[in-house]
Design a binder for this molecule. Sequence first.
Ligand SMILES: [Cu+2]
Length: 762
Amino acid sequence: MLISPLSLLALWLATASETRAQTAGSIVEAGDTLVSAMMMFLGNEEKVYIIDKVEGNAAQINGHAASAAVWDINSRTAEVMNLVTNAFCASGMHLPNGSYATFGGNGAIGPGGNIGSQRNAAGSGAYDDTYQDYDGTKSIRVLNPCTSSDNFDSTQCQWFDDPAVLSMQKQRWYSAAEPMADGTVVLIGGFVNGGYINRNYPNTDPAYEGGAAEPTYEFYPSNGQAPQVMQFMIKTSGLNAYAHTFNMPSGKMLVQANYSTMLWDPKTNTEYPLPDMPGNVVRVYPASGAVAMLPLTPANNWTPTVLFCGGSDMNDEQWGNYSFPNIDTWDYPASKDCQRMTAEPEDGSTPAYEQDDDMLEGRTMGQFIALPDGTMLVVNGGINGTAGYSTATTETPNYGDMPFGMSLASGPVGTPAIYNPNAPKGSRWSNAGLGTSDIARLYHSSALLLPDASVIIAGSNPNVDVNLSTIFPTQYKAEIFYPPYFAAKTRPVPSGMPKTISYGGDYFDITIPASSYSGSANDAADNTTVMLMRPGWTTHAMNMGQRAMQLNNTYTVNSDGSIVLHVAQAPPNANLFQPGPALLFVVVDGIPSNGTMLTVGNGQIGTQPTSAASTLPTSVRLDSAKGSGEGGSNGGDSTSSGSTHTGAIIGGIVAAIAVVGVIGALFGICMARRRRAARTGTSGAYAMSSTGASLPLGQPGPRTSDSSAFMPLKQDNSSMAWGNQSSTNLADHHYRDETNSGYAGSSYGQPSGEYDPYYQRR
Ligand SMILES: [Cu+2]
């Protein structure tokens, strides 16, 4: 029987979603996000939620440009969602019950990033008639993640976004967000309305900048306390937005901004200075270093160490002010410096920065993704410049002379790199076997660990509004990066994964069948880890709340080759891994299972129940037991990439692919031509490389946007958008939890669940 090549092509296309090659080290395109992915978070095992700033996205919802979407992991397709306030450069965090909240943003804006057509008394945008967005500077937006079995049109599956009901006490743009042990989120600092860096120059009012800076912190849910000034925000004035904040075992927070570092007690507002950042490398926005906590493991007794890599060592004057930098940042190399900080050393020694291996290349806007094999992936960013966008710098006052359009960075780095925290110094970084993307991921890009242990990479728009023709355009394409462990022929398929993890208490059992590994069962059991992974809330090269924690375990090897893992609960200190959603992976010989979404803690805001650390039975070995899985696992060797792990179905259509090979080849040629055209076309060329070294620095590219339409979102105090913000636009009756004086738990929140507007309706 003859089957036409076209029908075979149709068959191949129809089954393509189940036959995706998952080649270790590769980066593959993964559909469109509909809105540019300035922010993402993993809602559950099916859905990634995406938020953009308000801009002129073609995708519409309710008669206006959409600024939010939900992306389905299996189908790699997105659907728009409705947000009504402008989440431009907000922060975000999970809540203990698995909901997510995003905090603050910008005023209402219209086309070209101009202030919305209807203004607040202070002159910022209250609403815009075209984009139909509202002021988001105080917004608290809450989402309860849903799955395909839910009705996405129901209120419970949509964003709650009503500042008249739920809002912060202060306007915050680029605030930090970090949860305490009881799940209460601390919101720290920010700009009032926006800008390049958070100061005027000269800097005569480092606390408030005439009303443009917000040096206070507050809590969500509110404890009723008025926002308090954090002195550290004044000390670090200018470069203090999106401060890096990590809760420490004591409940103090490690806070890093500008050149400064401290431990801070959020309950008493007490500051404990730590050493300055060596080399005066700035890691916060817009230097935007890659910063993350290293995995918490039994070997380090779950002692947090934070790794700071890249950013910029531009000097104080070069940084400029609210309007723009004083220098042409795109010519200034980003830092490759890495430093470790253990702020609360186990041995009680004095905390100090420790020089770590340089990255393979300098990066601004590089981003760390903790992987379940215990390594740290860095993706995205550029080799020169900073985050942010502008129509001018002091050195280049005319927009038409800016070589990369509004982008203040250049030299996008398309090749990821992997840092192994346990490798000897001098050998911690590698990009061997890792592919290179030709999609620039600069300002407003993002990345996130997915349940199958791959990584979604999306976003990038260093432009004030949607611009599809400039050199670094608004980007809607998502990509998936497959880490080296995708070279494994067999992935573990554990059973008995729990739905909750407590702080201390009885251990639980997870079974690994013999088919999940090859070789000696004893060896496999010895090389198995159970990893609790929180992908976090990603925006601006950060994953707020990201954590990786190895749970203690012992094991029993059975004669049939199955391995029963006896797994401890999380250590009995909720400061280490704050309550809320996480993925649980079983990792055998460096090869992770799929992650199971679960809840750490009791799902409530409030003091978390703790018990004594789990007591584990002694391991039982059996020399004769062996695995029956297909061999050739990569054993965690990150250099052995290049082989392919695919679903079984792919073999069945090999013949079909062979028959359509000619068609495919023709298709491939067309695509290659189009890609070449895209790279070398009139929209301006840049070369992606692993180092970005071949970039045509200073080479002007044409641009199409109308600079006269651009109004910087932030200005110095001469701008009418500034002055003391009276915040008349938003209800001053910000959200407060109910008073419950009888509750003896946390003084920072109430256990009612009312912090989450969805809670009582679920
Ligand atoms: Cu931003």
